[in-house]
Ligand binder design. Structure first.
Ligand SMILES: Cc1ncc(COP(=O)(O)O)c(C=O)c1O
Length: 309
């Protein structure tokens, strides 16, 4: 069988991912909940994985990244945690996944307004429309970095500059792109980055993350065990504890740790070049077949300022 479903989840995973997870299952205690060797071992891997992620996305501090279960959870935390009120406006695109759309539709019921930036026939969004859509009520711009349907890349560099210039919060859904295309939260003016571990990052399912810029204060709705300040009635309000109530998926994080090391050792450019050449070979092979209709723009990668990132 030839596997063509990498947008759903990547397969095969690097061999080291499964090995790291088995080792974690057999020898890791609960991270940050004890001072014994089993607990310290898992705490170290958890922190090292935060550091690897921070290096990958250019975050100022690994502690600005919280682990979650997946992108869906991260996007819900981001969109619903900003405290948007009736009359506030969100700008997003017509390329979004339901994990962006459904939290937005929830806010819409409470009177938050939504504007969609349209795309042309091949799925490239209209960047000029973005500037003209901004009003005095606009608070947030949310975009995917790469469409899960067409594969089209969105130029987050351009959008980040517009968001920054207009003092808007910029949220990016990097579910499909992280690990393959460069993302730099500082250079791209990203305030919140949401990602999942099992797609381009080649890790296991059930682990994802959220980067939150120190400029943004997200409300957290899940509170509970934090491994620190245990006598306080209030859940810690500092990152990452604020968004990490309960025992994390340390076995999944151990797998993600191994997949991130695989990406750094192989080189993201090498991974991307191989994937693009396979995709191009597939595209060239099918594009002229009868009854085949191609959606998306294979050249959207070259339209984006990848080099500038
Ligand atoms: C663009 C995009 N955003 C978000 C998600 C949600 O990812 P997850 O199911 O891991 O939460 C997906 C999954 O297909 C996706 O393609």
């Amino acid at each position: 069988m030839i596997y063509f479903d990498n947008a759903a989840t990547t397969l095969p995973k690097p061999k080291a991912v499964g090995e790291a997870m088995v080792e974690a299952l057999n020898s890791f205690g609960n991270p940050s909940r004890g001072g014994h060797e089993y607990s310290l071992r898992s705490s170290r891997v958890l922190y090292e994985t935060r550091e690897l992620l921070a290096k990958l996305i250019g975050a100022e501090d690994p502690l600005n990244i919280a682990f979650t279960g997946n992108s869906t959870m991260s996007l819900n935390m981001a969109i619903l945690g900003l405290g948007l009120k009736e009359g506030d406006e969100i700008i997003t695109t017509t390329l979004e996944h339901n994990s962006v759309l459904r939290p937005i539709y929830k806010l819409k019921k409470n009177g938050v307004k939504v504007k969609f930036i349209g795309s042309d026939r091949v799925g490239n969004i209209d960047y000029d429309e973005l500037e003209t859509s901004i009003s005095k009520n606009t608070k947030v711009i949310i975009t995917t970095h790469a469409s899960n349907l067409t594969g089209n890349l969105v130029d987050i560099d351009i959008i980040g500059k517009v968001a920054h210039k207009n003092n808007l919060i910029f949220i990016v859904d990097a579910s499909q792109s992280l690990g393959v295309f460069p993302v730099d939260v500082v250079k791209n003016n990203i305030d919140i980055l949401c990602f999942t571990g099992h797609k381009g990052l080649m890790g296991p399912t059930g682990v994802g993350g959220i980067y939150v810029s120190p400029k943004v204060d997200l409300n957290s709705y899940i509170v509970g065990g934090s491994g620190s300040h245990s006598f306080s009635e209030k859940h810690p309000q500092t990152m990452p504890d604020k968004l990490e109530a309960g025992t994390p998926n340390i076995h999944g994080i151990a797998g993600l740790n191994a997949s991130l090391k695989y990406i750094f050792n192989t080189g993201m450019d090498t991974i991307r070049e191989k994937e693009l050449s396979l995709a191009k070979a597939f595209y060239e092979g099918i594009k002229d077949l009868p009854k085949i209709k191609i959606y998306g723009d294979f050249n959207s990668f070259s339209l984006c300022s990848i080099d500038a990132q």
